[in-house]
Design a protein around this ligand. Sequence first.
Ligand code: GTP
Length: 318
Amino acid sequence: MEAIILVGGLGTRLRPLTHTIPKPLLPLANIPMVERMIRNLPEVFDTAILAINYGLDEMKAYFKEINIEKKVIIVPEEKPLGTGGAMRNCIDYVTGTTAVFNGDVVTSVNLKIMLEQHNKTKAKGTLALWEVYDPRRFGVVELKNGKILQFQEKPEKGTELSNLINAGTYLLEPEILEMIPPNQKISIERDIYPKVAGNGLYGFPFKGYFIDSGTPESYLEANFKCIEKDGTATHKGASIRGPSLIHKNAELQDCIIGPNAIIGSDVKMEKCVVRKSVILSHVNSYGSVIEDCIAGPNISIERDMKRTLISPEGEITF
Ligand code: GTP
């Protein structure tokens, strides 16, 4: 079975970092998001299809270098085709029921159980659904007896059809992909799903966690989720204060690390404090206190920092 991963977005909300590294190649706990997603696919998915526009060269170079058990097919778009257009562009590589993922979501969806439901209901499409307290910023679905009957974009308070939103994980039959006009910019959420609602579209509400890691805050949150269970680092040059991950070749001396600190490869730090932050590769620092930050790659930090995203292309506070 194939899984399409949408990895072609510009990642504007994580600029300037995404000028240096395309969002799908940004690490989550030291493993690029897209690689993590492929490795987490259930065994029944033997092929990952990467639908890409922005960052094509970097993606090709990355997958040339690594060993991964699944077949990886990179399908380029000449211009960004949107979520629906990008899926349609992959149709020649699809052989049956297909999973589709937004490449930047980190979720606890159990894909095996979702697939069982999809097959049992003989759905044309099944969408993972996440419950939110306030759905006003999102696309909402009306769900009845497991069936999606309607979509509603950014509902006003009091008019919400439900609190369930699209979680960016789908199981689709080829006929849905065939409905998408080729070579056009199409949003699957806005242009296609509303047409199939009430006619073979099902929902799969799930509990646990759902993080769209597209903003600085949510990128940090997604990283911390990945180290929540087993991220207790040890390092002779650091005192560890809670869940943390330190790359094995990082050189630390007299540092205080954690809680929630991720230190990437080839980082060199002395007398630093790092909390609730992601330090990407090849960062050097002496004597800094770094809190709620995303920093790197390939930079030197000479001062204390809080709620800052700093990269070779510049910095923002958030
Ligand atoms: P922002 O610019 O920060 O909004 O990020 P983004 O460009 O990634 O957009 P968004 O988070 O809305 O995209 C959701 C998912 O769809 C991400 O995994 C994107 O990589 C992907 N995506 C969005 N537009 C396209 C597109 O035109 N082509 C492809 N292949 N993927 C896309």
